[in-house]
Design a protein around this ligand. Sequence first.
Ligand code: NAP
Length: 301
Amino acid sequence: MSKVIIVGAGPAGITAAIYLKRGGIEPILIEKMMPGGKVSLTHKIDNYPGFTSIGGSDLANQMMNQLMENNIDVVYDEVVDISKKEGSFLVKTSYGEYESDAVIIATGTLEKKLGIPGEKEFFAKGVSTCAVCDGGFFKGQPMAIIGGGNSALEEALYLSSITEKVYIVHRRNQFRADQILVDKIKVDSHIEILTPYIPLEVKGDNMVSSIILKNVETNEIKEVEIKAMFAYIGADANTSFISNKEVLDERGYIKVNSEMETSIPGLFACGDCIAKNLRQVITACGDGAVAAMSAVHYLNK
Ligand code: NAP
């Protein structure tokens, strides 16, 4: 039987696995962390059809249940290299090697860091990249979200449900996030919007106690007392393990055509790691379905 390896078990990889299995192909789904990807770390998802509003971890659980219903196992390992030799692929992981007839890469993105003093030192001591995971430790205390995109505003709204003081620190006066989220944060009495500010430093003793901010228009510097800081300033493609750089664009995203094919026959990619404009759960699932069916056609040729 033909074998297809899927790298990454977020919405794109999970969808690809389900479609392959239904197409009569046994997928090997390799995931280094936990299935569900970024969805499982998201407070709420309000734009996935079929669910007016659903918790991110609930949606991720539903996806995992669907994997189990389809008898698809997840291999917990990290892919470190993919190479192709005489029509088949060799996928190296931290703990072993796998051979396959085709590979689908669905590794998503990795959160960017601010790179300011204190960010590293206070990581897990008030600095975190996941408000849903760690916000609860600072319930009732002042917290800051950095960024003006959908992730920043959504997670600020989550924090506002567990504390009465949430600062949104954004470097511009306009937000990049969807208007519906901008409208919500503007009327939320627990949220204070600080624009146009950039963070210069995270301060504290054992734990975070404040951040130093700079107004980029007036150069005013101020210190704001907080107990936790979450930066949502975008992400980079999680593709550094790909040694054949010809499949990547200049920003590291994987170049694919509308069928999710890369320039290497048998190598497909889908979800947030591909070069595209709209990164959503729904588009990741759509990409995953297309990649799986393209792999089926490739193997049937
Ligand atoms: P994003 O849309 O790229 O937004 C990043 C934000 O961080 C921007 O406001 C940016 O400011 C700011 N920023 C970037 N670098 C910075 C720095 N060094 N210092 C301070 N601020 C900085 O990232 P995201 O919110 O993580 O979203 C990623 C993708 O997922 C997007 O396509 C987004 O639409 C999608 N997403 C969708 C949903 C949803 O539909 N509900 C939810 C979450 C994510 P500027 O605006 O000035 O560039």
